[in-house]
Every structure is written in structure tokens, then in C-alpha cells.
Design a protein around this ligand. Structure first.
Ligand SMILES: *Cc1c(COP(=O)(O)O)cnc(C)c1O
Length: 362
């Protein structure tokens, strides 16, 4: 029986060690010592500066938009988790969809360019951790004079040209939800390019207090607690093994399935971190049949992402994105978690092949 994901479990003894520190100090939130320790260790591990921890990956996006002053229409990708679009709407911004590239599954800079006139920002995602065309997007944003935000929820540990991918954009946001590679149960982070943006955001997530006095306009509460930081610190001790194992699983799956299903084309200047294992079936009918067949055999899979975000209700007038819609209709993510052994990957891949060729049960 293979679920599509199994959350990594923080070592209990380590976790309790950190919790005892918090209890002894009676310090549970408001940028406490565990929060600061996790920030420093993550900055060092990821190779980034100006990392602000927040209470989840969704509020991370909203805070980034606010601090960077996004306004009006924002060019974004139809192929992401719903939070990428929902956060724009929540912040009264209007999503304008630019279609993706069929091979990388990332937003296509040429499509962005067509929609940038009069727009107030660009928000896009490194899909499954695969780097966007960051140089092209950077120059488009600079030429238009608008902020560029990466939803980097899939890009924990991702490298690009030998450096952290998270250094790209005016801000890059992370999710530390329990289903992600690294997590704090619930939590998230924002990496700002500029120190001044980091400082503004740090005030904003603590009611915009300055010297204990609120300064306008209104802030909010999006701080990460000490117990959440404790879970992260406990998990961070085993992150190297987790990343290594997940990347190996991706490699094994890809070798098994490359002649059977479409695979995302990875950027040549990067390597997969093992965030997700998507396969593209021939069409939606085959996708649904394979999903049902796997389920009947106790193998979980997820239509991630489905539907395309330009097709969900409430995003306004329909903006066609044929490539994104096509990918969303036939993508399936396979089981992926560090405990999967090589023989599990072979077994799951065999079941996938049988389901694809309609030979299930033989
Ligand atoms: C998980 C995820 C989010 C949301 O993060 P939460 O921590 O669950 O709020 C946003 N964007 C993408 C692409 C994600 O995968």
C-alpha cells in the first residue's frame, strides 16, 4: 500500500529537547531563540540571506505582494497549486494568465511579455522545483518596472548555476507545510532580495509594531511559533538524507518510465531535488484510467495540479491557456517519500506500465 506522500517525522527526542528549552525560557513566539536558530541554520543550508519565517506558505505570498507594492493586474501561471492564484485574489489583485512551456511546465516568458503592458507585477512558480527562465523573467520585470515574486514552495534546496535558486526574484516564498520536503508542520518563509524589504515584512507580520507602537497602515500576525521552529530544527538534522533519497527515487522512476509517459524537461543548469514525481499521460482519459487502476492496487496518485488555475471559478473572464490546460488534464504525481526503496519504485513503475498498456491484473 503506497500513499502518494508520507510526511517526514521530526525525531521526537530532538524535538522535545528544543521544546524543553522553550518551556524553560517561557518564550513561545515573537521571534524567539528557536525561531532565530532555525532562520540562521536555514540561511546557511540554503545559501540565502534575508530569510523571514512566517506561519505558512500562503501568507508568505501575500506578505511578499504587500511589501513589494504589487498593484492591479498581475501576470501569473495557470499551472500551479491554487494558492498562487488565490493569494492574488485575497490581496485584491487580478490574475492575468500567461501560458506555460510544454516541456518545462514553467511559465513561458514570451507569453508573459505579451501580457505585461499595464500590469503591476509577475508571480510565478518553479514547477515541481524546476527553475523558471529566471534571466528572461528578470529582464522583463526590470523593463516593465514591476516586482517579480517566485512561489518557490517546491524549490527547497533547489540549485541553479551552482547557487540557490531562491536568490532569484525580488522575493521567493517557501512552504513548510507537513507535505513538503522540509517542514515545520505548518510554516513558510520569504527570501527577500533587499534587506529593507525583509525589515518591512518583519514589522508587517507582527502587527507593524515599531518600538512597541503600531505604525500604519495595518499589519497582521503571521509569526512562526517556537514549537513550530522546534519541529523544523529537529527535522533539519536529517534533511541531507531525505533530499538525497528523494532525488534518487526521482532518478529511478525516470529511468523506469521515460519510454512510457511524458516527463518534465529539467533545466540543464539544475538537478531535481525530489519534490514531486509527475508523469504526463497521453490524455485525460488515460490519466483517469491509470489513476483508477493504481488506486485499485493500493497505490495512491494525485492530479497535481488539476484543474488549471485559469479554469477555476471566480478568476473572472476566461483566459485560454491551451498548454497549461492540457498539462493539467493529464498529469499525475506518483508516490514519493524517503522510505520508498528501489524495489518499491520498480513495483510501482511496473503497475503504472501495466495500467498504461491496459494489461492491468495480468
Ligand atoms: C504548498 C504550496 C503552497 C501553500 O503553502 P502552505 O504552506 O500550505 O500555505 C503555495 N504554493 C505552492 C506551489 C505549493 O505547493
Amino acid at each position: 500500500m503506497y500513499p502518494v506522500t508520507k510526511s517526514a517525522v521530526p525525531d521526537l527526542a530532538r524535538y522535545m529537547g528544543y521544546v524543553e528549552q522553550a518551556n524553560a525560557r517561557r518564550r513561545f513566539s515573537n521571534f524567539g531563540p528557536l525561531h532565530e536558530e532555525l532562520t540562521a541554520r536555514l540561511e546557511a543550508f540554503l545559501g540565502v540571506e534575508n530569510l523571514l519565517l512566517v506561519s505558512n506558505g500562503t501568507i508568505a505570498l501575500q506578505i511578499a505582494y504587500r511589501v513589494l507594492g504589487m498593484t492591479g493586474r498581475v501576470v501569473t501561471s495557470p499551472f500551479s497549486f491554487v494558492a498562487t492564484t488565490a493569494t492574488l485574489q485575497w490581496e485584491q489583485l487580478e490574475p492575468v494568465f500567461a501560458d506555460i512551456d510544454a516541456a518545462s511546465l514553467n511559465i513561458d516568458p514570451r507569453e508573459v511579455e505579451k501580457r505585461l503592458k499595464g500590469a503591476g507585477g509577475i508571480v510565478t512558480v518553479h514547477v515541481y522545483g524546476n527553475p523558471c527562465e529566471v534571466e528572461a523573467l528578470e529582464s522583463l520585470a526590470a523593463a516593465a518596472g514591476v516586482p517579480l515574486v517566485y512561489d518557490a514552495a517546491h524549490a527547497f534546496g533547489a540549485r541553479y548555476r551552482g547557487e540557490s535558486l531562491l536568490r532569484w526574484g525580488d522575493a521567493a516564498t517557501l512552504s513548510f507545510h507537513a507535505t513538503k520536503i522540509f517542514h515545520t508542520i505548518e510554516g513558510g518563509g520569504i527570501i527577500f532580495r533587499k534587506r529593507s524589504d525583509f525589515e518591512a515584512a518583519r514589522e508587517l507580520i507582527n502587527f507593524r509594531l515599531r518600538d512597541e507602537r503600531p505604525v500604519g497602515p495595518a499589519g497582521t500576525n503571521a509569526k512562526l511559533s517556537e514549537y513550530h521552529a522546534a519541529a523544523g530544527l529537529a527535522l533539519l538534522d536529517s534533511i541531507d538524507e531525505i533530499l538525497e533519497r528523494r532525488a534518487a527515487i526521482i532518478h529511478e522512476y525516470s529511468r523506469e518510465l521515460r519510454d512510457w509517459a511524458g516527463l518534465q524537461t529539467w533545466h540543464p543548469q539544475s538537478t531535481p531535488t525530489g519534490a514531486y514525481m509527475p508523469i504526463l499521460l497521453e490524455n485525460e482519459a488515460q490519466c483517469l484510467a491509470v489513476k483508477a487502476e493504481l488506486e485499485a492496487q493500493g497505490i495512491g496518485s494525485r492530479r497535481y495540479f488539476h484543474p488549471a488555475l485559469n479554469c477555476i471559478e471566480g478568476v473572472g473572464e476566461r483566459q485560454p491557456c491551451p498548454i497549461g490546460e492540457d498539462a493539467a488534464s493529464r498529469v499525475l504525481c506518483l508516490p514519493l517519500y524517503a522510505e520508498l526503496g528501489p524495489s518499491d519504485v520498480v513495483l510501482i513503475s511496473d503497475r503504472v506500465k501495466q495500467a498504461i498498456s491496459g494489461r492491468a491484473g495480468q
